[in-house]
Design a protein around this ligand. Sequence first.
Ligand code: BTN
Length: 278
Amino acid sequence: MPLRCTELPPHHARPEAMSTLRWPVEDLWERLEPQLPGLSVEVLAEVDSTNTRLLERARQGDTAACLLVAERQHAGRGRQGRAWQSAPGASLTFSLGLPLSPQRWGGLSLAVGVALAEALHPLLRIKWPNDLWTLDDHGAPAGKLGGILIETQGHASATRHVVVGVGLNIEAPPALPDPRHPVAWLRQLDPGLTAAEALTAAATALVGALKMFELRGFAAFARRFAARDLLRGRRVRTTKPELPEAQAEGVDEDGALLLRDAHGLHRLDSGEVSVRPC
Ligand code: BTN
């Protein structure tokens, strides 16, 4: 039987941190457990960070697959050590932790991005390496709708415990966004969509994509990524001092970003670089 917080609190959860809202826990478990035997699906009203929680469990030896949803995170984390702010009710925050042993790891965040974008809306695009963006009516980048944070535990063997964290804006954020960092939300694209529906679509696609990635790596996603690549063909700015501005030319077979400037073609691993459309 899976752990479900509506019935049984996970050992880390304070009883008051259990969710009272309705989430499709049973339905998700029935859909996903055949692909991830031993899976638990849990929903918490509040946690520090769903990624932090699943990594902690893995460090303590609990490496069973787990889909952990939080209605509120008080220490949500984004890429490059940034905080991830999300308003309860206006956003969906969840992580999937599982053991994974692909032959090559390159392009994993792009594969996850492809799965989420395809599952959620035809107009979603992936901004290398891990953001979901919308387009405006002219096909220009409009705003960031979601982010992906992938972390792993255990480097010694071919199998690592992977935690894929996903944060999606469902509704408009309560505070006006900084115009330098435009945001978007799913109800702009699909006004009737609920967080529970988005979770079902996103989590189902995510599990399928991770199983496919384990078998075939980024090769299975490369063409689908190209169809949703936000940056391809656009001028971009990067935080790499020697490459302030360039033209994006897609990604290579490991998911590294290809940028061209007057000095030639450059290859960027996701590492510590930020890239923005000009
Ligand atoms: C980014 O855009 O920098 C990635 C943001 C990832 C946020 C999600 S929300 C669920 C999971 N838990 C976290 O603390 N972070 C990820």
